[in-house]
Design a protein around this ligand. Structure first.
Ligand SMILES: Cc1ncc(COP(=O)(O)O)c(C=O)c1O
Length: 365
């Protein structure tokens, strides 16, 4: 399998990726919401551009440095779905905002004042989204009175402007085996956000954007009237966590790791050259630890039972593995796996069609 590529390597099935990409765009279109794909999953400007070309309004990123990379590659509408805190980062944000349309998230008055001071003399105000906690209990406000108070502060501060509210229902990842609970979380996510937007509007604030999203909740939250923006990331590749959640099937998984069997120490065990440096040790975000093993070995009845840094230990009964065999592993968490590679190989009709640079990998700051 792909002798021209050394292993471990990251492969992307072009046809599956296209199907995922177009499917989510159609869903957003059907429910008349703007799609803003989160590029934390693929970290590749070329795929971000592909998402824009198929109808997305802009992109979301998790890190300022991801935004800087995407802007350098020609992406012009970037939402940093995260708080930007501290002098150094805010100076970088100010510089970025001179070049592209950028917004960020806030949930704290001191942070709003800090951003306002830095942007008071800017050529255009910085768009802010108040982050709402709809149950993940990470960042965000859940009390409408606190959100109104923050909106009031934004209205009085020079250099900043309220553009809307955002949330991420990441707690839906903890619903493996309970799809009803996942759907209920999606409805709560949407309904809480729409109610919050109504409270803010009643208090005299403009709320242009009501941004929600996670891949597990996307198909349900998008149906809640009043949502304006869907911010999803993982859907472009899917992974074993989405399969465990019953959100995707194996056939929907576009990303895999190409690996080589390097040892067959016994008749029920083989060792591959993909360990934690190639797959990550991720067993699922936000308590979703319901995946079996460290990834799914495509087409084999075998368990990737243990990883050390450079080795993966495969347990099986009755499969035949030989040194030199090549296997493909669907990672548990695609976003974490992508972050480990400099490049990915796009596979089209069984052939390596293109090498893609993962330009925003390792963006920490
Ligand atoms: C703030 C925020 N928005 C959107 C997403 C996208 O979620 P998903 O990858 O489940 O689509 C994430 C993912 O971590 C996130 O943290």
């Amino acid at each position: 399998m792909f002798p021209e590529i050394d292993s471990p390597a990251l492969l992307i099935e072009s046809a599956v990726l296209e199907r995922n990409l177009v499917g989510m765009q159609q869903l957003a279109h059907q429910f008349k919401v703007r799609l803003r794909p989160h590029i934390k999953t693929h970290k590749m400007p070329m795929l971000a551009q592909r998402q824009i070309d198929s109808g997305a309004r802009g992109i979301a990123v998790a890190k300022l440095s991801e935004a800087e990379v995407m802007a350098r590659h020609g992406l012009t509408d970037i939402q940093i779905a995260n708080q930007i805190v501290g002098e150094q980062k805010i100076a970088r944000l100010r510089e970025l905002a001179e070049k592209v349309r950028v917004s960020c998230t806030v949930d704290n008055a001191d942070n709003v004042r800090e951003l306002s001071n830095a942007f008071a003399e800017a050529s255009a105000p910085l768009d802010l989204l108040i982050e709402i906690d709809t149950g993940l209990h990470r960042c965000g406000l859940s009390d409408p009175d606190q959100a109104i108070e923050l909106a009031r502060l934004i209205a009085t501060c020079p250099g900043v402007r309220l553009s809307g509210i955002m949330t991420h229902a990441g707690h839906a990842y903890a619903t493996v085996g309970d799809p009803e609970r996942r759907r209920a979380i999606a409805r709560e996510e949407g309904e809480m956000m729409v109610a919050m937007a109504a409270r803010l509007k009643a208090a005299g604030h403009e709320v242009d954007t009501v941004s929600v999203g996670s891949t597990p909740t996307a198909r349900d939250v998008v149906r809640v009237p009043g949502i304006t923006e869907l911010r999803v990331g993982n859907y472009i590749f899917n992974d074993m966590i989405q399969v465990a959640l019953d959100v995707a099937t194996i056939a929907d998984c576009a990303l895999s790791v190409l690996t080589t069997v390097i040892s067959v120490p016994s008749k029920d065990r083989a060792v591959i050259d993909a360990g934690s440096k190639a797959l990550s040790l991720d067993l699922g975000a936000h308590g979703s630890e319901a995946v079996t093993g460290y990834g799914r070995i495509v087409g084999r009845d075998a368990l990737l039972a243990r990883l050390s840094e450079e080795h993966g230990s495969v347990s099986h009964s009755g499969e035949s593995f030989r040194v030199g065999n090549r296997l493909r592993i669907i990672p548990n968490h695609a976003c974490a796996a992508v972050n480990l590679y400099d490049r990915a190989y796009l596979i089209r009709e069984g052939k390596v069609a293109e090498e893609l640079k993962i330009s925003a990998r390792g963006c920490l700051t």
